[in-house]
Structures are given as structure tokens and as C-alpha cells.
Ligand binder design. Structure first.
Ligand code: CP3
Length: 342
């Protein structure tokens, strides 16, 4: 591997400059991606290893220090028995949302080879080509459960929380099934060659601390305590999680993701000096003139204070309207500004 500063930072080792990658770095803000999407659907791209590998590599020319596998957190739902589509302009639509005990009982706890083999094949193909580390990933149980129960995106997570409060045993069984599938899937991704893993709990910030502890934490721990024994760094990510950071850290992860609402230094103090942190530029900052984007990036670097164990990233996924030139300029700015003397 030619460039390992991302992995070094995950392990809190010194680096020549702060590593950078961006969530959703392969996607619609890039003309190369949009060109492929005129020929293939999103799921078709994911399910065709040659194409998924090609898309994974597209953003690397911008100077990213890691590649993230091109796939989606929802892919395991289909072989589990919950088919879905991406509807134009609406995001994911689950055809038959899980509403009750019978719906949970119908979900299959699959082996990753049954229905997710194409993801593992994409990883094996990429490992032959990449000069930067490859990040594998999966959705966390709460975030996956929210799509399954709501049937798509949500604002209030009302159906999800109602199931959780009203039928805690059914909820627990749903979360256990999801956690076990995710655990098996991530293990196989590491065996196939993933150099690091990220667990996306994108919507968990919707929960209070006591509800996180009561209904979610043990299921996340079921996944992360096992994956931590695989020998690769594990990034535990969520948004709106200021109040949950200590609990998320307890659930697991060698690197904790921070969004822009939490000042990076304050977030790092909460998770503790024995963990690395990833973040936390507001993705909308990349829509501003580059001098403004630079000043925000500078503040993130200042809050990291040159300590070992910071991975520069956005606080959430890059927006489709982001100019590619700004992305590239910010990556260069972070590398240049954080360069450490030899
Ligand atoms: O980061 C990467 O570059 C790797 C690929 C990746 C995608 N989705 C590709 C994608 C990753 C890591 C994800 C994770 C994901 N998917 C999450 C967690 C991260 C987050 O953003 O919170 C979630 C919640 C999903 C579910 C999902 N997939 C939604 C809600 C949508 C629709 C969003 C939208 O903006 O339309 C998707 C579709 C999706 N996943 C796209 C991409 C590139 C857009 C697909 C397209 O139309 O081309």
C-alpha cells in the first residue's frame, strides 16, 4: 500500500499530514458518476462488481487518503426478505415495511454469501488495484431498523419509536436479527480484504441517552466488540450525537465519528484520548467560496491541535451540488496546512 496515513491515524500513530476522505465521496457531485448513472441504476451499480469497483476509485484522483467501498447500507435488507428500490427524488422505498411481530419473524438471518456475495467480490477486485486503504461498511441496527419500519426516510421516526416503546420484545428481536446480519457481513468484508470498517448509525441522534442505553447500545456492542477482534480499525459514526458520544464509545469503535454540531476538541474530550476521532466539516461549507471553506477547515485542524488520531472528514455525506474543484482544493488545503516536519 503506497499511502497508509489513514490507517496510521486510526491507530493514533504520527502521520506526515492529516489524512482526508469524505463520506459519499463516490457519487452525484462527480461528472464521471453521473455519466455512469445515465446507463445504470444505483442498485445495478452496486450489484456489478466491475462497476462498483470503478465508482469506488473515481474520487481518488482528488487526493483522498482512503477509498470507501461503493455500496449502500440498505443492501442486506433484500436478502433478509425486505425488498426495496430507490425511487427517483424520494430516496429508498421498502416495499413491505416491518410493522409487527409477524414482520420481524419473517426476516431471515442470512449468511453474507447468500445474497451479498457481489459486495465481497467488489472488495476482492478493489484490493488488487488500490494504493490507499479500503473502508468497508454497514448500517447500524437502529438506522437500518428505522428504514425497515418507516418504509423509507423519516422526520420524527414515529413508527420506529412506537414499536420500540410499545413492543420492546419485538423491537429487541428485530435489533438482534439486524445486529447479527451486520456482524457476519462486516466480518466477511474484513476477510475479503477491507482495511477498516465504518458502522453508520446515521439517525441514532434522534434518541435520548436513556433510550440509547435501554434499546440500542447492546446491539451495537454485539457488532463492534466482535469486529474489533478482527484486527482492523473500526469507525463508529452517527449524527446529532453530542449527548450520546460517551455511550457510543462504550458500545465500541477505535475511531468515533463527530458531526459539525459538536466542536471537535469538545467531542474528543468526551470520547477520551484513547480513541481516534473522525470529522467534522459541515458538508454545506463546501458550497461556499473556497476561502470560506478553508477557514472552516482550518478551525477543524486547530481543534484537533496536531494530536495523533485525527482523520479529516465531513460531518455527514457530501451534497450532490458540491463543486468538485472545492472538494479538491479543501483536500489540498488540509494536507498542506497539517504537514508535519519530517
Ligand atoms: O460514501 C461512499 O461514497 C460510499 C457509498 C455509500 C452510499 N450510501 C452510496 C449512495 C455509502 C457509505 C452509503 C451509506 C448510506 N446509505 C447511509 C449512511 C450514511 C448517511 O448518509 O447517513 C444511508 C442512510 C443510506 C441510505 C440511502 N442510500 C439513502 C437515504 C439514499 C438516497 C439519498 C439521496 O440523496 O438520494 C441512498 C442512495 C445512495 N447511496 C446514493 C449513493 C451514491 C445516491 C444514488 C444515486 O441516485 O445515484
Amino acid at each position: 500500500m503506497r499511502n497508509d496515513r489513514f490507517l496510521r491515524a486510526c491507530r493514533r500513530e504520527p502521520v506526515d499530514s492529516t489524512p482526508v476522505w469524505m463520506m459519499r465521496q463516490a457519487g452525484r457531485y462527480m461528472a464521471e458518476y453521473r455519466a455512469l448513472r445515465t446507463k445504470y441504476g444505483m442498485l445495478e451499480l452496486c450489484r456489478t462488481p466491475e462497476l462498483a469497483a470503478q465508482v469506488t476509485m473515481q474520487p481518488l484522483r482528488l487526493g483522498m487518503d482512503a477509498a470507501i467501498l461503493f455500496a449502500d447500507i440498505l443492501l442486506p435488507l433484500e436478502p433478509m426478505g425486505a425488498a426495496f428500490d430507490f425511487a427517483k427524488g424520494e430516496g429508498p422505498v421498502i416495499h413491505a415495511p416491518v410493522a409487527d411481530r409477524a414482520g420481524v419473524d419473517r426476516l431471515r438471518v442470512i449468511e453474507p454469501e447468500d445474497g451479498l456475495g457481489y459486495v465481497l467480490e467488489t472488495i476482492r477486485m478493489l484490493k488488487k488495484e488500490l494504493e490507499v486503504p479500503l473502508i468497508g461498511f454497514a448500517g447500524a441496527p437502529f438506522t437500518l431498523a428505522s428504514y425497515l419500519v418507516e418504509g423509507g426516510k423519516s422526520v420524527h421516526f414515529a413508527k420506529t419509536k412506537r414499536l420500540m416503546y410499545e413492543h420492546p420484545e419485538t423491537w429487541n428481536d428485530l435489533m438482534s436479527k439486524l445486529a447479527e446480519v451486520v456482524r457476519r457481513f462486516l466480518r466477511k468484508q474484513v476477510e475479503a480484504g477491507a482495511d477498516a470498517i465504518q458502522l453508520f448509525d446515521s439517525w441514532v441522534g434522534q434518541l435520548s441517552l436513556s433510550d440509547y442505553r435501554a434499546y440500542v447500545e447492546r446491539h451495537v456492542a454485539h457488532v463492534l466488540k466482535d469486529i474489533e477482534t478482527c484486527g482492523v480499525p473500526v469507525i463508529h459514526f452517527g449524527t446529532g450525537t453530542y449527548h450520546l458520544l460517551e455511550a457510543q464509545r462504550d458500545a465500541g469503535g477505535t475511531v468515533i465519528g463527530l458531526d459539525w454540531r459538536t466542536p471537535l476538541d469538545e467531542g474528543w474530550a468526551k470520547v477520551g484520548a484513547d480513541r481516534a476521532v473522525q470529522g467534522n466539516l459541515d458538508p454545506t461549507v463546501l458550497l461556499a467560496p473556497r476561502e470560506i471553506a478553508f477557514s472552516h477547515a482550518q478551525r477543524v485542524l486547530e481543534q484537533a491541535g496536531g494530536r495523533s488520531g485525527h482523520i479529516f472528514n465531513l460531518g455527514h455525506g457530501i451534497l450532490p451540488e458540491t463543486p468538485v474543484a472545492t472538494v479538491q482544493a479543501v483536500i489540498d488545503f488540509v494536507h498542506r496546512t497539517s504537514a508535519r516536519p519530517e
